[in-house]
Design a protein around this ligand. Sequence first.
Ligand code: AMP
Length: 282
Amino acid sequence: MLVIHTPAQWQTIRLQLIHSHKTLGLVPTMGALHQGHLDLVSRSLEKCDYTIVSIFVNPTQFNNPEDFDKYPQSLEQDLELLEQAGVDAVFVPTVETMYPKKPEITLDFGSLERVLEGAFRPGHFNGVGLVVSKLFHMIQPDIAFFGQKDLQQVAIIHRLVSEFCFPVKLDVVPTKREADGLAMSSRNRRLGDSQRKLALILFQSLSDAKKLLLKGHAWDAIKKSVETLFEKEEGVKLDYFSLVEREKFELLDSYDPAVKSSICVAAFVGEIRLIDNMPINA
Ligand code: AMP
């Protein structure tokens, strides 16, 4: 497995792939890899002739400096996992490579980022848009793989690709969960034992709410009861629990089976902020 640090090291390989008509898959990550990331990798290995994974903890997408400082890192272990998985190359750039100077361009995704993650983490999607644009230009993948776990990010990247005409196809992979339902996340590593148990409240609320919605209960009442549940539980703090149309990310007041809908949740468990979501219909 090739480990590269600069776009210049990548260029000759990219040209060779083009000349030999090989398709290239990119899996962008921030490292601290888990089985969810490896599902994206497997999908790329299945669909593409050559797979490159990027590992870069992108400073511009962190609105909270402490979250950035404490973001888990385990490069050696990550490289081992990727080698075992059969990945062809890993791109591990430095901050200076990705941001030779402070970016002066900012990206605003309009209504897509006025809600949920965009509203609670100002500037987050600007950072995501910048780093994904840079990675697409540097790596030039045919297909890029993203997780449904970050549902709003998926909508943002679809918009980015369509508005900037990136010649990249997007492939969205379902959320990988622990046996008890907790969505896998690098941030789960920071949870203590009791917090790990508490964190299940996100998945349980999503599952219960979905059942009730499909039985015909009103969204308002469901949302209120989840908010009350979080208020009563010590050690957790809800940012949002919202029903959305999952392409334009419009907030919904009620469930209509004709509208592609998902429930999205974000909450703090202690100091650690977790997100999850669940589709209600296909
Ligand atoms: P991250 O390293 O957290 O930036 O995630 C890198 C990619 O992996 C993103 O496209 C995420 O949506 C995806 N991802 C993270 N967690 C999961 C999961 N539990 N299941 C599937 N994909 C995931």
